[in-house]
Structure formats: C-alpha cells, structure tokens
Design a protein around this ligand. Structure first.
Ligand code: NAD
Length: 267
C-alpha cells in the first residue's frame, strides 16, 4: 500500500467486505493485478477463492493463496472445457453462494500480439477473444445462480479499448468487446442486483504486460503525462475494484472505471 492516510487506514480497518465471498481469477505471481485485488478484498474482510492456471503456475500462486488464507484454491484454465464449471462447483459446495467474481486474465499468442491487427491470424484472434472476453461471459453465467442476494462481477480492461495505443494491436478490439460485454451483462443482470464493471488500470509492470512491444516506453510516458505523475500500483487497482463491490457503489453498474492517475484524460 502506498497510501497511509488516516482515511484509508480506517476504511481498511472497517472490514466492509466482512462475510463476503470473492472469487479471484488471474493471479500468476505477486505482481499480478489480481493479487493486488485479492489482497485488498482480504484486508477488507472477504473470504477468497483463488485459482491458478496450471501445475506450472501453482508453485507461484499457492504461497500467495496461503498468505491470504484462501478457503478455496483450485486450478482453472478458462480455455479448457469444464475447468470453470469445476471451480464454481467447488464454490457451490463450500460456500453455497458468491458475492464477488473478478476476471483479471488476458491472452493472445505472441506473434499475433506483437504484429499488426491487420495481420492477426484467425486462430490468434479467436483465442484472444475467447480467453480475454468470452470467458468473462461464461464466468458470469456460472456466477448468476450463486449470486442469489446480488453481487458484483469485475473485469480488467485497458484504455487501448477506446483509443489507439501503439503496440496494443489486437488487444484493442478484444478489450473493446470486453467493455461492451460489461454493459450488456449489466443490463441483463441488473434486475438480480448483480452489478457488472470494467476496471481500466494505467500501465503496470506485470508478466502479461511484458508481452507487449516497447512496454517500457508506455510506462515512462505514463509517469510523464499522467496528471498525478506517478504509476498506479496493484493495490490502487484493488482499492478501486473493492469500492465497486461495496454499498458505496450500489447504484453503479456497467461502467468502465479508470485507475490511471488521470492519464486517459490527456490529449
Ligand atoms: P498477469 O500476467 O499477472 O495476469 C494475467 C493472468 O491471465 C495470469 O494469471 C494468467 O494465468 C491468466 N491467464 C492467461 N490465460 C489464461 C487461461 N486460459 N485461463 C485462466 N487464466 C489465464 O498480468 P496482469 O497485468 O495482472 O493482467 C491482468 C489483467 O489486467 C488482464 O486482463 C490485462 O489485460 C489487464 N490489464 C493489465 C494492464 C497492465 O499494464 N499490466 C493494464 C490494464 C489492464
């Protein structure tokens, strides 16, 4: 945490998410945005279900899940049939219901990610859309019956959805689809008091980001150009994600909330 003000300490101590159950998909390591979100949810009192991609990822994720006292720790590759269903089956058996589900995953094959959108392959585009966008729809469908007292679904987007960010390439249209998905799901689930949001962080040094060409340039430009003049960190993203799940945001749904130090307002 980089904010030690009395207000933020008080908010954290008030444990506003006490008794809430949160699924977090997308922790790869201690730099992951999903880890920042899970840590803040936990500090605010939530019980956690944390997933890991596969056996190769497990040794990096397991100590973090343990540190956060996760009640559920399960494998989940959203591209493999049955994986998401198994996680939700475990949630149903262990908890019986769910309040928060956070999707913080994205993938595109390297050659598609690093080339022009114009040159992206059929298969590369399909995989990127499936893992980074349609899996959010599948997650929402499985969460719906467990969110019988309402809930919040969250997805991670990026400014490249709305403006052209050089080197973001095919992820631009994929994130645009994700943000639109958030709005349509918000519409379809509103009467069940399930709120749906995209969170759009400024650039952060994570493993996924290291797959983008010239990402360091994006980071240094963010520091130079953002009104707040500093990079965001994963706890900043976690605090905003947490806010969206609380009664403070109970009349908000379908939004894309930027956590970028104001970078996206700049021409
Ligand atoms: P990260 O590498 O830590 O996280 C990406 C996660 O996606 C990993 O945990 C990985 O296991 C998971 N993943 C990939 N394929 C998967 C699959 N088939 N099934 C399940 N999980 C899968 O990087 P991150 O930056 O924390 O990325 C999280 C999200 O934040 C992504 O949606 C990304 O686009 C978004 N985002 C990142 C930045 C940034 O600058 N890092 C900025 C804005 C948005």
């Amino acid at each position: 945490m980089n904010d030690h003000s009395i207000e933020s300490q008080t908010a954290l101590q008030s444990k506003i998410l006490h008794g809430k159950r949160a699924l977090v998909i997308g922790v790869a390591n201690e730099h992951s945005i999903a880890y920042g979100c899970a840590r803040i949810f936990r500090q605010l009192g939530a019980d956690l279900a944390i997933t890991y991609l596969n056996e190769k990822a497990r040794p990096y994720v397991e100590p973090l899940a343990k540190e956060l006292g996760a009640s559920i720790f399960a494998p989940c590759d959203v591209g493999q049939n049955g994986n998401l269903e198994a996680v939700f089956g475990q949630i149903r058996e262990t908890w019986g219901n769910l309040d928060i589900a956070l999707h913080s995953i994205a993938f595109a094959p390297k050659e598609d990610l690093q080339g022009r959108l114009l040159d992206s392959s059929d298969e590369g585009f399909k995989v990127a859309m499936d893992i980074s966008c349609h899996s959010f729809i599948r997650m929402a469908r499985l969460a719906e019956p467990l969110m019988n007292k309402g809930g919040t679904l969250l997805a991670m987007s990026y400014h490249g959805a709305n403006k052209v960010v050089p080197n973001y390439n095919l992820m631009g249209p994929v994130k645009a689809a994700l943000e639109s998905t958030v709005r349509y799901l918000a519409y379809e689930l509103g009467d069940k008091h399930i709120r749906v949001h995209a969170v759009s962080p400024g650039p952060l040094k994570t493993r996924a980001a290291s797959g983008l060409k010239d990402f360091d340039v994006l980071l240094s430009e963010a520091i130079e150009r953002a009104p707040i003049g500093e990079l965001v960190d994963i706890d900043d993203v976690g605090l905003t994600a947490a806010y969206l799940t609380t009664p403070f945001a109970k009349r908000l749904t379908g939004t894309t909330t930027y956590v970028d130090g104001g970078l996206s307002i700049m021409a």
